[in-house]
Design a protein. Sequence first.
Length: 432
Amino acid sequence: MQIRPIAITRLQNIKMHSNETFSVRQRQDSFECENRFLNKKPLVDRKIISQNQDINEFLADFSRKIFSDTSMANSLFNFLKDGYVSFSSNVYSNINNPKSAIAIKLDEKKTNVQNCALLEEYVKQGVGVGINFSNIAHPIEKIKYINSYFKYRQSEVNRPPAGIALLNINHRDIMDFISLKDSESYDDWCFDLSVVMDDEFLSKVDNDSEITLDDGTKISAKEIYIKLLNSMRKKGEPAIIFSNDKDFICDSCAASKLNENEGLTLAQVNLSRFYDEKNKKIDYNLLSQASNILASGLKNIAPDGFISILGYQDLLNKMGYIYGSKQSLELLEKCLSIINNQATLKNIRTCISPSGTISRILKTTPSIEPVGNEYATYWSEIDTMATAQKYLDGGISKTINLKSYHTIFDIDLIIRACQKNGIKGISVFPIQ
């Protein structure tokens, strides 16, 4: 993923008053250049703010909605407008309904039309959906129908609908599910595919054993696994989620397991902003303060919310660390331990989400991806994910990019290493 550089010509001057209002000097600057740390364009594109609306005024008003206490609102505003933290675009869009994704269980008895009617409200709100189809006897037709409906609605809403379709490894239609996209273009799909794999499956592969599907049929575990590896190498799908829960449901990016009808509300910490250029070190005290105020704000609007991170590669670049090195892993561990501690104090959970839109707003690198890093290997990415997973309540939504010379044997190694290291899921993408 390449981040488009934004030319910054002038800084916005901001004055903070001691009373309960924020005063921001208005300028006629280009909307891409009115804040040193923030890019307003993604918010304009999502129709969250207008082109001529000042982003600092918007964030000031937003902070007052989060906190009635003036001091807390001021603190949050400063962290937001200087790019230290952010909320997801869905929170900015609708603070009263801030979910960016929701987990759903479909009723087997409902028709396709009825299911789409159920999903319509989420399509209108730009909320992604995660659906486990394992309770459906014949899910392929339903997945295709709902996907077609999402494609039909794509051009009619501000945020194109998206989802993740999950199926247990022992479902009777698992082979058809694995090959669902084999002959189709990515452009035809709004849904990603993921297989839910239990702890015993790989052992059965190694022992050349059979597994019993949910309709009583027996099939070679190795046959399923080889088909899965070949599909991942060819199309990058399905991804794998490690879980023994046959009813596992997650958000549309697989950042965290959720309960039925539970939504995912996200806030983010931008690690790159906590590097002190003058002293050439990270300001961990400031990171703790920012994490605390962010967790407090998130709790006010979504007590079951999640804090994620971004800007990791940006931070490594500033410090001169190589992605996946011992120094980089120790750095990630310390940062995440601080964030997790502050989140836990507020009963807020942690995960790692893709953060594509927010990374553009904050002008930094997304998630924990090794952006533009020629030293990154899939082993360094696995080490990074394994380090992060220790400090997360949820999962890690991240894709490992495969080089053209990587084979299904590499994918097998990746899958097994992720399971061994307690990583909750893995996806790969083949780069030709």
